[in-house]
Design a protein around this ligand. Structure first.
Ligand code: SF4
Length: 189
């Protein structure tokens, strides 16, 4: 099955079932606040491009949220450019690549930022709550927390993947878009 396209009407459902925690968190914050700061827009925007959200749908998606906060006009003026830019339609026309786990884990989000890797950034309490919401059961949850305490964030994410999907992930998680495509493959079997 081809994942080359993701349609907007499915996006909430798919975010719940197949986004890794870093992207779920950004997605939920965007829906909640109708806004994300630059680092979050880049991390989520490039991920969405990577899962096959077309440019027109991406513009519609971001505009629907940002308009509620800053108005449609300001969105068109200040934010649409950078989304087209991410798709290589502006500036140097570089086709920007979605961020790897390594890049995300090593990023340094400031106050009010929601990007970065939650396994590294969240307090233990918030992480437990977020994992519970994803359906990670008690025993698996303790294993995930154990990995986090030892700073093995990608292993923590891999264990989460395994707990949520009820199957092993031998290759391990090294890219949010890999998490997504592995998840889709399993769910669509
Ligand atoms: Fe995202 Fe990678 Fe962190 Fe998982 S390990 S939450 S995919 S950055």
């Amino acid at each position: 099955k081809d994942f080359a396209e993701m349609s907007l009407k499915d996006i909430d459902q798919v975010a719940k079932s197949s986004f890794p925690l870093c992207m779920r968190h950004l997605f939920e914050k965007l829906r909640e606040d109708h806004h994300l700061k630059h680092g979050g827009r880049m991390q989520l925007g490039l991920f969405l491009k990577g899962v096959g959200l077309k440019l027109d749908d991406a513009l519609a998606f971001w505009k629907a949220e940002f308009s509620r906060k800053v108005g449609a006009e300001r969105f068109d003026k200040e934010y649409a450019y950078s989304i087209r830019h991410n798709y290589g339609k502006e500036g140097k026309r570089t086709d920007y690549t979605p961020y790897s786990c390594q890049k995300i884990i090593s990023s340094t989000p400031g106050v009010g930022d929601h990007h970065g890797c939650p396994y590294r950034q969240f307090s233990e309490e918030n992480l437990r709550a977020a994992l519970g919401k994803m359906g990670v059961g008690n025993r698996a949850l303790e294993d995930v927390i154990d990995k986090v305490r030892n700073r093995h964030y990608q292993l923590a994410c891999t264990l989460t993947f395994e707990a949520v999907h009820g199957t092993s992930c031998d290759a391990g998680i090294n890219h949010p878009n890999q998490y997504f495509s592995d998840s889709k493959r399993i769910l669509e079997l």
